[in-house]
Design a protein around this ligand. Sequence first.
Ligand code: ATP
Ligand code: MG
Ligand code: MG
Length: 380
Amino acid sequence: MTTVGILGGGQLARMMALSGAPLGLRFLVMDSVADACAGQFAPMVVGDYTDEAALAEFASQVDVATFDFENVPAASAEWLSSRVPVFPNPRALGLSQDRLAEKTLFRELGIPVPDFADITDRAALDAAVTTLGAPCILKTRRLGYDGKGQFRIKTAGDVDAAWEALGAQASTVGLILEAFVPFERELSVVAVRGRDGEFRSWPLTENWHVDGVLSASLAPARVDDAMAARAIAYAKSLAEAMDYVGVFALELFCRDGELLANEIAPRVHNSGHWTIEGSETSQFQNHLRAVLGLPLGDTRMVGRACMLNWIGEMPDAHPVLREPGGHWHDYGKSARTGRKVGHATLRADSAQELAQSLTRVGEALQRQTQVAPVVHALAI
Ligand code: ATP
Ligand code: MG
Ligand code: MG
C-alpha cells in the first residue's frame, strides 16, 4: 500500500485524496491546523512546517511527499527531501515562491513578463514608479496568495499609501513593483510533467478574478491554436528548466495578441478544477500519477466546462444539481469572508448549452454578475 504525504490540508489536498482513492492510495496530510478540510478524508499530522519532530513523524509514514500549500518553507522541503522523495523538487518550489526569482527565470527563458523592479527601500520604489509609470502594482515577493500582499498604485500620489501598507515587508519577505497590464483576458496553462520528463497540458483555461481572487474559469479558452501552442511551449520550457514533476499552472495575461507571464503555481490549481469532470484525467489524478512515476493520463476534454468558485459561504446546491452537466464540490469548511469554501463545474457539449446552463444557475442563485463575463465570452 502506497502512502502519499501532502504538506497542507486544504481543498487541494482533499480533492487529491478523493482522486487517489480509486488508485488504492493512502494519504497522510500535514497541516498547522487540526480542522484542515482534507483531514475529513485522510489522517493528519498536526504541526508547524518548521517543526522537525512533526516533519519527522510525517516523513516516517509516507512513501512520497507533495504539496497542497505552495508556501511551505523551502528549508523544510529540503529537510524532508533528504528523507523521502519530494515532488515537485524543493528548488522548483523555492523558485515559484519568489516573484522576483520566477520573473527572472521567465525572462531567461525568453518568456515575456510585465516590466518589474526589485524594491529594497522607499527610494527604490520612488525610482521604479518613475521608470515603470503608473498604474503599477506593489507586491510582496513571497507569501502572497488570492491577491493578498498587493497594493495597486493608480497614480504617483498613491506611493505614500503603498509604502505605508507594505513598506515594512521590504526587509522581511521582499517587495517587487510590476507594471499594471491592461489585459483583455487572463489565461492559465495547467500542465503536468512526469518523473520521466513526459509533459502534457490540458486545454488552456480562461479566468476571471474579482478583487484578486479567482471567480470563474472557462475551458477551452478563446484563443487560436498558435497562441495556445505558444502558451504551452512556455509552460513546457519552465517545467524542463525546473526539472518539475507534478501538476503546475502558469498564469498569463493576454494583451494585443501578446502573452505575458504573471506567475507559476507549483501545485494543482484552482483554474484546473474543471478537469475533474471536464477531462479524461483530472489534474489531481495526473498529479498523483506524476509524483508516483505512473503513466500519465490523457488530458483531452469533452465539450466545454465552466467552474464557478464559491467564496465566503456555500450557496444552495439545488440549481447546480438540477443541471444535466452540473457538479457540486463542498469543501466542508466553515463560512468566512473571502474564504474559498467550494466550487461548481458546469459541463456541456456546446457553447450555447453551457451559456444557457450558466444563465439558469446565475439567476437561481442570484449570481448574475459572476456568470455574466463567461456567458458573454461564450457568445462571441
Ligand atoms: P493567486 O496565487 O491566488 O493566483 P496571487 O496573490 O499570487 O494570486 P497574482 O496572481 O499576482 O496574485 O494577482 C492576482 C490577480 O490580480 C491576477 O490574477 C490579476 O487579475 C491581477 N493582477 C496581478 N498582477 C497584475 C498586473 N501586473 N497587471 C494587471 N493585473 C494584475
Ligand atoms: Mg500566486
Ligand atoms: Mg495568481
